[in-house]
Design a protein around this ligand. Structure first.
Ligand SMILES: [Fe+2]
Length: 431
């Protein structure tokens, strides 16, 4: 092939589907062929490009194993005070960017977090949540009458106080600033304004048995290969410049559509996260991640290799979480690492694309209580979703990303509009 033909082919647009294609296997075959053509038009083979990514990931896996052998904590840990004072060391920053996840120690005062936990119990008991609980809204076979671990509760005073607190805004801005949020004259998101993405609460009691949650990633499903926005976001993987792929680049990620599904998150998140409301030991069914941000490149390119059936994206399909498996991603699974012990008031964060799982536990020691609060900075996608959030907040409804359970509509002591501070008002798009 001459260089001319190569560049011609390279600029040929990829087929794209801005809503989920009707015939998924046909679309998968079509996009795989088109992506392989694009890679080959750059003068490199798919195997060669994948090899670059595999090498980069393998180095990280080796680092993580070496850390483990030296009994060092794989997860970075940074004190809240250092984030607030701007005294995070260059070494700690480097580790955060290499590992893509973080525990913030002392994000909130220990007693404050425990008080929030007690407030939540008070709020749900006062409103007879357990008496009226109808079973998991997103599980058809959920057993009616059992006490839930995930509370589909969004608008308690505790959650809203945490979401709109200065301490939360400080950490979110710090995490957002790890991402490149401006390029080509576009500000992809505003690192200093969060959209207050409302999510649920988990309260897992002592003695609980839990099957955990398999390894998966949450940023999307087939839309990651099939929509124009994501094709641009992941352009370096497909156009012969794989070395330039940067998992911290937000370009083209903050506006496009997403394929709907029960597991979708409408918001763009720089980090997923939760705040601990109880002390939790690292062996009590806690969060694990594959702490390698570049693993996303591996997930995106792996289906293009020859050993994967033509109509299969390594198990990724719409309306289900994006799975990571021993079968297709064994090198990554080796790096799976648990959070260290955490205390109430610490918070836990992981890069938006990061593969994570929850370990199973039997006869859990102590409580396992968290409020899910991510970093979801203001951007076109989050501004759009904020309209729904505003309505849900004002009426006490479940936000539209979640099952339509609406427990809190008539509840007393729901957080009120006149209790919002400036961060809360800006986050909901009221100012
Ligand atoms: Fe997840």
């Amino acid at each position: 092939m001459t260089l001319d033909t190569a560049s011609e082919q390279q600029t040929q647009p990829l087929p794209h589907w801005e809503s989920a294609p009707e015939d998924l296997p046909a679309a998968v075959r079509e996009i795989k062929a088109a992506l392989r053509n694009r890679i080959e038009a750059s003068g490199r083979t798919v195997a060669e490009v994948f090899g670059v990514v595999e090498q980069r990931v393998a180095e990280r896996v080796a680092e993580i194993k070496a850390d483990r052998e030296r009994s060092e904590t794989v997860w970075p840990v940074i004190e809240y005070a250092d984030i607030a004072d701007g005294t995070v060391t260059a070494e700690a920053l480097d580790k955060l960017r290499r590992r893509g996840c973080l525990v913030v120690r002392g994000h909130f005062d220990h007693q404050r977090a425990r008080d929030w936990d007690a407030d939540i119990v008070d709020y749900v008991e006062k409103n007879e949540f357990f008496e009226n609980y109808r079973g998991p809204g997103d599980d058809f076979f959920g057993s009616v009458g059992s006490k839930p671990e995930i509370y589909p509760i969004y608008w308690s005073k505790a959650q809203m106080e945490a979401r709109q607190s200065d301490r939360m805004a400080t950490v979110q801005a710090f995490l957002n600033s790890q991402w490149q949020h401006e390029s080509d004259g576009v500000q992809w998101f505003d690192p200093n304004r969060d959209s207050l993405y409302p999510d649920r609460i988990r309260r897992r009691p002592p003695g609980a048995d839990s099957g955990g949650l398999g390894a998966h990633s949450d940023p999307g499903t087939l839309d990651l290969w099939m929509t124009e926005g994501y094709q641009r976001a992941f352009r370096h993987l497909f156009d012969g410049t794989v070395e330039d792929y940067d998992p911290w680049d937000a370009a083209h990620r903050t506006s496009g559509p997403q394929y709907p599904g029960t597991t979708m998150c409408s918001a763009f998140r720089t980090f997923q996260g939760w705040t601990a409301l109880s002390d939790m030991d690292h062996d009590q069914g806690v969060l694990h991640t594959i702490p390698i941000p570049e693993a996303m490149a591996y997930l995106m390119l792996r289906p293009l290799l020859d050993d994967v059936p033509e109509d299969d994206m390594c198990g990724v399909t719409t309306n289900q979480v994006f799975p990571a498996s021993e079968k297709w991603h064994s090198i990554l699974i080796e790096a799976m690492s648990c959070i260290p012990d955490v205390k109430a008031g610490d918070s836990v964060w992981w890069h938006a694309d990061m593969i994570h799982s929850v370990a199973p536990v039997t006869d859990q020691k102590g409580w396992g209580n968290v409020m899910y609060i991510p970093a979801a900075p203001w951007c076109p996608r989050n501004e759009e979703y904020a309209k729904n959030v505003r309505d849900a907040f004002l009426t006490g409804s479940s936000p539209t990303d979640f099952p339509e359970e609406h427990y809190e509509r008539e509840w007393v002591d729901r957080f009120r509009e006149d209790q919002l501070n400036q961060t809360g008002r800006r986050g909901l798009g009221l100012d």
